[in-house]
Design a protein around this ligand. Sequence first.
Ligand code: ADP
Length: 561
Amino acid sequence: MARKWRLTDRTKMLLKLELAITLPAVALMAFSIWNLKHIQRDQAIEAAIQRDFRYVLSIAEKKSWLKAIDLVEPVKKEFPNIHEGDTKIKAQLDHILREHPEFAFAVVYDKNCHVMVSAIQPNREQDEDFWAMTEEAISNTSSWLPLEAGPMASQLRMLAEKGEYYPAFYGDWMVRHNHHVYSNGAYFIPPGAGKDEAALGILSFDDDYLQSSFFPAIIKDVLSSKTNGLKNDANPPAIMVHPPKDSTPWVASANWDGGKPEVDFTSNHIFQDLVWSIKYTGTTIADIGAKFLRYNYTILGAISLLMIGGIFLTYRNISREMNLARLKSDFVANVSHELRTPLALIRLYAETLELGRLNSKEKYQEYFRIIREESERLSSLINNILDFSRIEAGRKEYEFKETDLSELVRSTLDTYRFQIEQNGFTFEENIAKDIPPVNVDREAIARSLLNLVNNALKYSKDKKYIGVSLYRANGSVKLEVSDHGIGIPPAEQEKIFEKFYRCGDPLVHNVKGSGLGLSLVRHIVRAHGGDVKVESAPERGSKFTIALPLEHSTRTGMATA
Ligand code: ADP
């Protein structure tokens, strides 16, 4: 039986160890592996997001090119022949601009024929600021045209020969009234220009049109398109366009929320020096990374805490087990001693009796009494040990029967009374008359009472008093055993009910005992649905009270500790 008991305890211990240490360790390992994989994947995600963003911006740029060419190409064809004369050219340019409000001005230039005709957007005649700015731009243009028109025209012809012909564009940033202004225009060979003539037609976009209509439309188009590789539809990115050295948006999508762009992309064709930027709204990839790290640290912290808790639990468990092991070895030593002493006495007195040399009848009586008392002690100890092992194995059975407690207590004490008084104890018995029958296991209750009385006998020094009372108190019957003995320090009053526990008092260690009595009493009383309590003060004495409920269901069977 002892083997079985040890095995279950070991299994329990192993299970606890496994739960406390192994599980968090396994969790930590799994988490770390997952973490590593995740970090790699995250970097890949970051690269993928940036690649996608770059792709989106390149699409936006291409769209802007195509749109600019689409706007210029048909108008270029409407340009007047350079030989038509200044007045006609001017009228045609005015007509073109009126039809196409997206352009700010148009110029026709031919160095050889001394043609230099320009026209300003007539729809904006009232806008003085616009007018002044455009006149300034035209005067700038006319200042570089005589020098640049020749090389520019030959470059255009070269492109045309290579089959790459499309209107060439120029683009430039200016600051006006503290605002960035982007001027952009197309230049091409005008109709009627001879093979090597230094002639150019110029069509310049209206800056307002680019800022408030052209680019916003492209950005909107790109962001709403499903085929541009944007994967994260839940959080669509924001796009803006700005000058190279100033990240203040010149044109931005409605969801642009400031902050550092994830990807910048500078256009170097058609809209030269125009920087496209893209980012997620509300967050950045770095933020996502930081959040990920924070999240991981939290999980790591929680797992570490779990592990610390596990280690603490294991430590507590192991020290408890070690304590128990020490108590068990004390128990073995105590029990063997306790078995040996009465056996030796019984043998000694029996041998003396056998020799038949005693001269008085009283002596015979005394020797018989000692033998009886010692054998009683032996059987009560053996009963305790048997009960204890049954309880530990979970096989202790109680037989509840309707019992007259007054009679039970009285008859139990009767067998003991003589011994108590012989030891010089004052004995007081107080049994109330109104005790109703209670459902109890007779033998178990008698054993509990004997354990308590025995303890009162063992742990008393000079003031030899034992009082036993049985009375009724709110719904229960109380059985009290009090003494004026050595008492129990408050810190130990709960522990004395644990198995093998014996108080640290040196007197206790001079008294024989196994540390099982009270743990049995508590087990028995709890199996009856009641409880046992102690009130005690060192050097003043102790009072143990067993409370048994009156309405305890009638049941027979196994009871567990
Ligand atoms: P044992 O008496 O065999 O040591 P018990 O379980 O009956 O074991 O008691 C546990 C401990 O409680 C005792 O060792 C003793 O220190 C303390 N104790 C029990 N009863 C009393 C009492 N009446 N007065 C003082 N101490 C007591």
